[in-house]
Write a new protein. Structure first.
Lengths: 252, 989
């Protein structure tokens, strides 16, 4: 479905198309002796092209929500649709392929493969998505240029700074031009200046490419740079940020 | 068995006990002084049970090798000693005719001593209290058939013993221990030995037809006695024989006043042997008769055999021990990698470097004490299995009785514990060098632009040691020392140059290539460059270790090339390309770890391939078309008068002689009777002599690999030898030094420049009579003619110098299409009155080479034990990799890696590393085997038209087996990796 994308805050409610739809999601961690409810009936919608921040104190269920929404983790109750597809019902291999083609991930610890160069790390998802090796390399180089690291393409992660590693991770997340990018504390391991740089980069890419970003963070400054902030506490969404967003955009 | 490699086992035991005491005091003291280190070490052991099992498995192998080698030596020594002692019983010495060399002297058929010798010895017995019995024995080989069972035996020994003297050596008893009185036997009664009874399927009361020089006479079995000298078993594996009184034997043989040998017995057995032998030889100084301490000689030979086998198995096991040591390094590198952050934190908290070493040493000791125990016991089990295989090989002649000694077990245990402990400490010292900040933050160790000063010191020391070893090797003409020096030099020099900033890759590549070139250099080149040197089986082990070390250095520094190739191949399978890329990236990133695993597999595959290739070439060389010298049936007649006209006798016995196309005859004098030396040399060597007739010379199909220029053809040379008693042809074994025993005939000077025979005169001596003659060697038989062995001379030389031959061989060629085996059976039945044994030549060759082939197989099996190390190593590496990369696996799965891809990546990685080891080891193995087989001093040295046989089937089998088991070992962790929960993995740090 073609979607008309607008710069931040300019997409009108009528044109907004949901890409993530979660309804009554429950996730309980069973440690054998105790059952810990991590999500207690979460419902949420994220629209295409949005940059959403999920915030809340430690243990509120932010990362669990991201893992469940992205299909990395299973849920105990409820339903999650990504672009209309219920990932939980797909076999593991199909789910893996779906992630490779339609999703990108950015982690707090960067999670780059230490034995591969920056370029090889970035082209990996493209190869996983079945892109020809030459095309994968071209795309990877292009994305590295986008994140300003073309000159570091041949370096291994250990030879890059934290900020540079995270930019490589972002490039890796973008190489397949996914519909949605999940970022779990992407600036948690970076100093303020580098964190701002990385955030600015994501914001720019969001605006230029129209990709959806779901960012888990507990840094209010990061939240402030997003279109909308979802607040969580004790496994529940206490504010999905839609009201402020509508107000900000002049809605009812 | 008291020595290994010439070092007293008691001394080794004392040193090891001292070393263990030091280790225990050190580790125990450390534990008491810093209990926290002990607690940490102990708690680390059960942290990962699967890994602990693999570690114990890997560490036990060295002890297993030591234990199995020592126990095998003990088994052989005890088996030989036991059988010899049972045979000789109370007999300690034999007095025989031996005017020359007494080292190998023994009784000979047809050689007699006058009874005056017995009288002289009786007089000696009266004044020498240590000599308690003097028993003259008359001996003659006879053929026999049991008329009830129709079973026959062509070579039994008829022994005539004086009954009145028997009580002085314990008397003769039957199998139930009841005394037998030879004097009370009737004229037609005999006492049969147990082995002879078995072969004839005879029972008491059976009638036997005996043939003495073709003359038949009938006897009855009055009793069956255990095998001993007195009942005709003169050597282990003999068919045995039968005993009668001396008087009756004299009547049967028509001999009086002479005996074949005199058996002596001492008061205190072996203890008195030296004194009694000296006293007897003193008395008989003026005669050609000497006392031979047969029991002492046999016990010493058993001791030597035990030590030789222990040494052989220890050397063969060195590949596995080396692989085991590498495994210990690998294990501790992995443990250190796993605990890097912990170690960094501990260092940051104030722990010193030696604390970390102590921590690992204590933990290592924990594994060590258990694994050495398991290894020592498992080694005994392996030795028993080896004894079983050997028993099957030699069971026809000799019984292997597996046995073990607590001392062997203790020695192996101590050796295993000490070797492992030292390795653990060195490995721990190495891994304890860490950058605290990098360790705490789990970052890679900072790379230095050039080698550290430590490497410079090691390099300089290595260079000095290498140069010293080269000098030592040159001075002693020892290839072992020289080769070790030549291997150390380039690698040490590379370490020195590295310190001065020379890039490592070209430096180590060149150094490794130099080592490889040195070891793979053909012998003539080596001799030309460095002079002639010699070495034994240890060279095989040394060359293997050095070449594998060089290959590993080469691979480690050039891994990018191999990996790039695999990466390019991976492009053909686009769907799996990401898995391929990851699989090749990890081994490349951990050069040290990859190198260690590659080296382990290379070592074992190298050893197996060398042995397989040698095996295949032994078979090709010694059982090929040349092997039988053109003969189909061998007829052997022991110690009796020749058959007057073979063809006529066969015809008379109803054999279809039209099947025979050619015959030849040789008179054989075995090596103990023959002294041989090049004219002008002082020391006598030993070698059999065979006198040939003109028919043999005309019909033998034995090409000569070296021939005197005065003969136009090989046939002309053979015919000249049969005609002229001053000429000889020798087999090709004299060109090679077998086992370094100086008593073996070794005539390298026969081979001149460009393969032309150099004239050489040999002096031949009858060790019994001392009579000598001189012959000129005019040819050397092609090494592939494995059925001809000895110095071939004219029949008249045997008659003139040695008197009666010990055996006569008739060689028969059949017309094409005849069944040699069935013909041999018919001939043997027909010639029984002449005491002749007939066998198809192919069977004779098969039996002779079968034992060699069997032993190679046993050694191969022993070497294959090292594969356990390689497999355990892969298991540890793969298992560790799953844990180490858990977080990365989570990330990969998150970005779309499928489960199958994760598993495939792990399997591919194992396959790559294993394959590098297998291919490298096999490549080096084939190259070295080529040198071993085709070198001038070696199996096929100087043979025209012989090309190396490469056993592709076996190579593929070993490679496939190693790869298959390695993949199986990697499968479990790979599967585990593929099932890692993404979220759990991402949370894992």
């Amino acid at each position: 479905m073609a979607t008309v994308l607008h710069p931040l805050g300019s997409t009108s409610e009528r044109e907004r198309v949901p890409i993530v739809e979660a309804t009554g999601v429950v996730k309980v961690y069973d440690t054998g002796r105790v059952k810990v409810p991590a999500l207690r009936g979460v419902s949420l919608t994220v629209y295409r092209g949005e940059m959403v921040a999920v915030m809340g104190p430690s243990g509120s269920g932010k990362t669990t929500l991201l893992n469940c929404l992205s299909g990395l983790d299973t849920i105990d109750e409820g339903q999650i649709l990504i672009a209309g597809k219920e990932l939980a019902k797909l076999p593991d291999d199909v789910r893996s392929e779906f992630r490779a083609r339609h999703m990108g991930f950015v982690f707090q610890l960067f999670n780059l493969i230490p034995v591969l160069t920056a370029l090889e790390n970035v082209e990996l998802p493209a190869l996983l998505a079945g892109v020809r090796p030459s095309e994968a390399r071209r795309r990877a180089m292009q994305v590295l240029e986008q994140v300003g690291l073309a000159d570091r393409a041949g370096h291994k992660p250990a030879e890059l700074s934290g900020g540079q590693q995270q930019r490589v991770a972002i490039a890796r997340a973008l190489v397949n031009q996914p519909d949605i990018i999940w970022a779990d504390e992407p600036t948690g391991n970076l100093d303020t200046e580098t964190a701002d740089e990385v955030m600015a980069l994501m914001r720019r890419l969001n605006q230029e490419n129209g990709q959806t970003f779901v960012i888990v963070t507990h840094d209010p400054r990061i939240g402030a740079m997003c279109d909308r902030i979802i607040h969580m506490r004790d496994g529940l969404i206490i504010d999905d940020g839609l009201a402020q967003h509508q107000v900000a955009n002049g809605g009812e | 068995m008291n020595e290994v490699f010439g070092v007293s086992l008691d001394l080794v035991l004392r040193i090891l006990i001292g070393a263990l005491a030091i280790i225990l005091v050190l580790t125990g003291g450390l534990w008491l002084w810093r209990p926290v280190l002990g607690r940490m070490a102990l708690r680390n052991i059960p942290r990962r049970p699967v890994q602990t099992v693999l570690i114990v498995l890997g560490l036990m192998l060295s002890t297993l090798i030591f234990s199995a080698s020592l126990t095998t030596g003990t088994t052989l020594q005890r088996s030989i000693t036991g059988q010899v002692l049972r045979l000789t019983g109370p007999v300690d010495e034999l007095v025989v005719q031996a005017s020359g060399d007494t080292r190998f002297a023994g009784p000979q058929p047809g050689v007699y001593l006058p009874f005056s010798v017995v009288d002289e010895l009786d007089r000696l017995r009266e004044r020498e209290p240590r000599l308690v019995a003097v028993v003259p024995v008359l001996w003659q080989p006879v053929a026999a058939i049991d008329l009830r069972t129709k079973q026959s035996e062509p070579a039994l020994n008829l022994m005539g013993v004086p009954p009145e003297r028997l009580p002085t050596i314990g008397g003769l008893t039957d199998r139930n221990g009841h005394p037998i009185d030879l004097a009370s036997l009737a004229d037609d009664e005999v006492v049969l030995g147990a082995e002879a009874a078995k072969r004839l399927d005879a029972e008491i009361g059976d009638e036997l037809q005996l043939f003495l020089a073709g003359r038949p006479f009938q006897v009855r079995v009055a009793a069956i006695a255990p095998d001993s000298f007195l009942t005709g078993t003169l050597n282990v594996g003999d068919a045995g024989g039968l005993a009668v009184s001396l008087t009756r034997a004299e009547q049967l043989l028509g001999i009086s006043g002479q005996v074949s040998f005199v058996a002596l017995s001492n008061r205190s057995g072996l203890t008195d042997s030296e004194a009694v032998t000296a006293a007897v030889n003193d008395v008989l100084a003026e005669t050609p008769y000497r006392a031979v301490a047969v029991k002492q000689r046999a016990v010493e030979q058993a001791e030597q055999a035990g030590e030789a086998f222990t040494n052989l198995f220890l050397l063969s096991g060195m590949f596995s021990v080396a692989a085991g040591i590498l495994l210990i390094f690998l294990i501790f590198s992995l443990l250190a990698a796993e605990r890097k952050t912990e170690m960094g934190t501990m260092r940051a908290l104030g722990m010193k470097r030696w604390h970390l070493v102590a921590l690992f040493a204590l933990e290592g000791m924990g594994y060590n004490l258990i694994s050495a125990l398991v290894g020592a016991v498992a080694g005994v089990a392996v030795a028993y299995a080896i004894a079983g295989f050997m028993g099957r090989l030699v069971g026809e002649f000799f019984t292997i009785e597996p046995s073990w000694r607590p001392r062997d077990l203790v020695l192996a245990y101590l050796l295993g514990v000490v070797v492992t402990f030292v390795t653990v400490v060195v490995a721990a010292w190495r891994v304890s060098r860490l950058n605290i900040v990098a360790a705490v933050r789990d970052l890679p160790e900072p790379q230095l632009p050039r080698a550290s000063r430590r490497w410079l010191v090691a390099g300089v020391l290595g260079t000095i040691a290498g140069a010293g070893l080269c000098w030592l090797g040159l001075a002693r003409e020892s290839l072992g020392w020289f080769g070790l020096g030549m291997s150390l030099l380039p690698l040490s020099l590379a370490a020195v140059l590295r310190r001065f900033g020379v890039p490592p890759r070209p430096l180590y590549t060149v150094a490794a290539m130099l080592v490889l070139v040195y070891w793979l250099m053909p012998d003539p080149w080596h001799d030309r460059l460095f002079g002639s040197m010699s070495g034994g089986f240890e060279l095989f082990v040394l060359s293997g270790l050095m070449m594998v070390a060089a290959l590993t250095v080469f691979l480690v520094w050039n891994i990018e090339v191999a990996v790039g190739l695999v990466g390019r191949l991976g492009r053909a399978f686009r769907r799996w390309l990401p898995a391929v890329r990851i699989a090749v990236a990890y081994p490349m990133a951990s050069r040290g770890r990859t190198g260690l695993t590659v080296a382990m597999f290379s070592l074992i595959v190298f050893a197996l391939v060398v042995m397989s290739t040698i095996y295949a070439n032994v078979v090709a060389l010694f059982t090929g078309e040349y092997a039988d010298a053109g003969w189909d049936v061998e007829i052997s007649q022991v110690g009796v008068a020749p058959i007057p006209d073979l063809l006529q006798v066969l015809q008379d016995e109803g054999i279809d002689t039209s099947k025979i196309s050619a015959t030849g005859r040789t008179l054989s004098v075995p090596w103990p009777r023959v002294g041989v030396r090049p004219v002008g040399e002082a020391d006598w060597a030993r070698y059999p002599v065979r006198g040939i007739d003109t028919d043999f010379a005309r019909n033998v199909e034995a090409p000569l690999q070296l021939r005197s220029a005065e003969y136009a053809t090989d046939r002309a040379a053979w015919e000249a030898v049969a005609r002229d008693p001053s000429l000889a042809i020798v087999d090709a074994n004299v060109l090679q030094q077998r086992g370094g025993d100086p008593a073996n005939l070794y005539l390298p000077e026969l081979r001149g420049e460009d393969g032309v025979l150099q004239p050489l005169e040999l002096e031949l001596r009858d060790n019994a009579s001392g009579q000598t003659t001189t012959v000129r060697v005019i040819g050397v038989i092609d090494g592939r003619v494995s059925s001809l062995f000895g110095i071939f001379v004219s029949e008249s030389v045997v008659g003139g110098v040695f008197g009666r031959p010990s055996s006569i061989e008739y060689s028969v060629r059949l017309i094409p299409g005849s069944d040699a085996r069935s013909f041999a059976r018919q001939v043997e039945a027909a010639l029984l009155p002449y005491g002749a044994q007939a066998e198809a030549t192919a069977d004779v060759i098969g039996r002779a080479t079968g034992i060699i082939r069997g032993f190679i197989r046993i050694i191969q099996g022993f070497m294959a034990l090292g594969l356990i190390v390689g497999i355990a190593a892969l298991g540890v590496v793969s298992y560790r990799a799953v844990i180490e990369r858990r977080h990365q696996i989570g990330a990969l799965r998150a970005i779309g890696y499928r489960r199958a891809m994760v598993a495939l990546g792990f399997l591919l990685e194992s396959a790559l590393v294993t394959s590098a080891g297998i291919v490298g080891g096999a490549f080096l193995g084939v190259l070295l085997a080529r040198n071993v087989v085709t070198g001038e001093q070696d199996l096929a040295g100087g043979l025209e038209g012989f090309s190396l046989v490469i056993p592709w089937g076996q190579l593929l089998f070993f490679s496939g087996l190693a790869l298959g088991v390695a993949l199986l070992m990697a499968y479990v962790p790979a599967r585990q990796a593929s099932r890692v929960s993404i979220v759990e993995a991402l949370r894992y740090e």
